[in-house]
Design a protein around this ligand. Structure first.
Ligand SMILES: Nc1nc2c(c(=O)[nH]1)N[C@H]1C(S)=C(S)[C@@H](COP(=O)(O)OP(=O)(O)OC[C@H]3O[C@@H](n4cnc5c(N)ncnc54)[C@H](O)[C@@H]3O)O[C@H]1N2
Ligand code: MOO
Length: 467
């Protein structure tokens, strides 16, 4: 039983790891986010060459990544004491474990991750080895995700005389503006982060939004920094995705000409889907509210499930909702189709979604056809949400035919013209209903875009269970 140490790892395995280490993963074992973010700033030949070289070193190959901060283990070891190896690099043998962080690679030799909350570090003064007590049994594959990274080919080109400095942009240039200042990317360095946050607060901003660094990893500094010396409203919310979510209020020292006396700080989780979902649920209403909307709450509609769904935590399930002439109950209404796998790192589940279904916790199956509340998150006017009987009747009867042929076609199906016209009339009523709804949705989204970011209140979150 030895502690796995980077120096002792055999060369071949080391080289295999390095392929990933260089392209995606710094030695500590966390995916290098800046790799993805920096491409937006690439300009000029030499930068393009650097980018190309970085990409060439990443071959297409499967990679297993960590879903929770904790220890990578051999599941069959069960619970008990183990020695801790290095961060995600090396080969782990039985009774040794490796400290790993969310999004990092899985070291060779292990087959499960035990979250840090289910472990206990044994402090025995030995500086050479860390010893850890694993408190929970686990099984193969738990909190591990297999992903295949395809080498991306990206070309970024920014043109236009009208463009301004990329760190300051105005949304919706017009009379009302929401000013966004992008502070770029901060490293996982406590001191550096603290400085950036303090500078932001002293500038008198209304809302601070960060992403990442709010779970349980040893480099997750955002959460403690947002909690220190602040009024903490909550740190975690019982929901999926987006459980870790610190929300604090920072009182600002009064300074001449400063209109703002407090900053609201949201620490959004780093997983891209969790980040976006939390943005919709918590920050959009905050901005709307502080911009003076009478009703800043998100727009909800009822929709019937297209397929059965299961939940554990209360879930905001990404879905596409469409208006149908028959929603399954015999009446017109919205039908909600899941965007499939709901992993919080799978941005595809969010990309096509136009709604978040509010599914209660429970663990039991919610059957297809059940009516659930759906929060709308996109502009319906530009998506193909409308599908009425009228559309399909017209398409099938009129396509490529003259009016006379179309009428003959209808009559040949045994429908009288009177029945047919009645059907058209019904369909038109549904279209009218939809259009009424659609106007509301469009205006909602127009208003969001016109929002003036002056934030002062946060009691919008009463409906969430904070944990
Ligand atoms: N031991 C525990 N581990 C984790 C818990 C927990 O309760 N206990 N919660 C899990 C949940 S749920 C979430 S959500 C994540 C939140 O993690 P962090 O906010 O600390 O985020 P990071 O670790 O910095 O990153 C997570 C993941 O997301 C990727 N990432 C981060 N920022 C970006 C970005 N701007 N663009 C693209 N991808 C980004 C990052 O590379 C990681 O893969 O914690 C779980 N763990
Ligand atoms: O809170 Mo997380 O990964 O479930 O989004």
């Amino acid at each position: 039983m030895c502690c796995t140490n980077a120096n002792e790892v055999d060369e071949e395995n080391r080289r295999r790891h390095q392929r990933w280490t260089r392209a995606h993963v710094p030695a500590r074992g966390t995916v290098d986010r800046s790799f993805r973010w920096r491409v937006g700033l690439i300009r000029g030949d030499s930068d393009c060459r650097k980018l190309r070289n970085t990409m060439i070193s990443a071959e297409e190959a499967p990679l297993q990544t960590v879903l929770r901060d904790g220890y990578a283990v051999v599941a069959s070891d069960g619970s008990g004491e183990s020695r801790a190896g290095n961060d995600g690099v090396g080969v782990i043998v039985t009774r040794t474990v490796a400290y790993v962080t969310t999004g990092g690679p899985i070291p060779d030799g292990v087959d499960a991750v035990v979250q840090v909350e289910d472990t206990e570090e044994i402090k025995d003064g030995n500086v050479n080895f860390r010893r850890v007590r694993i408190l929970a049994r686990t099984s193969k594959g738990v909190d591990i995700r297999s992903v295949v990274y395809r080498t991306p080919t990206i070309v970024v080109l920014s043109t236009g005389d009208e463009l301004v400095h990329p760190t300051v942009q105005c949304l919706n240039r017009g009379q009302q503006q929401c000013k966004v200042i992008d502070l770029g990317i901060a490293r996982d360095d406590e001191e550096e982060l603290e400085k950036i946050l303090d500078n932001a607060f002293s500038a008198g901003i209304d809302i601070l939004i960060t992403s990442g660094g709010v779970s349980m990893g040893d480099k997750d500094f955002v959460k403690p920094l947002l909690e220190e010396r602040r009024t903490v409203h909550f740190s975690k919310v019982c929901m999926k995705p987006g459980k870790p979510l610190p929300f604090s209020e920072i009182s600002l020292k009064p300074v001449e000409n400063m209109m703002v006396n407090k900053t609201l700080a949201f620490g959004l989780p780093g997983n891209p889907v969790s980040c976006l979902v939390c943005f919709h649920l918590f920050i959009v209403p905050t901005i709307c509210h502080l911009s003076g909307w009478e009703n800043p709450h998100l727009l909800r509609v009822q929709a019937r499930l297209f397929q059965p769904l299961k939940t554990v935590r209360p879930e905001f399930h990404r879905a596409i909702i469409r208006w149908k002439s028959n929603d399954g109950s015999g009446n017109p209404g919205f039908v909600a189709e899941s965007t499939s796998h709901q992993m919080s790192g799978r941005l595809l589940s969010m990309k096509s979604a136009n709604a978040l279904l509010e599914l209660p916790a429970g663990g039991s199956l919610i059957s297809a056809g059940t009516s659930v509340s759906a929060i709308t998150i996109s502009d319906f006017s530009s998506t193909g949400v409308i599908e009425t009987g009228l559309g399909s009747v017209l398409a099938s009867t009129m396509k490529g035919s003259t009016t006379k042929e179309a009428i003959e076609n209808i009559l040949s199906k045994g429908t009288t013209l009177k029945e047919y016209m009645k059907g058209v009339e019904n369909d038109l009523c549904q279209v009218e209903d939809y259009i009424k709804e659609s106007d509301n949705l469009v205006s909602l989204h127009d208003q969001i875009r016109n929002g003036d970011a002056t934030v002062t209140r946060w009691r919008l979150f009463g409906g969430f269970q904070v944990c």
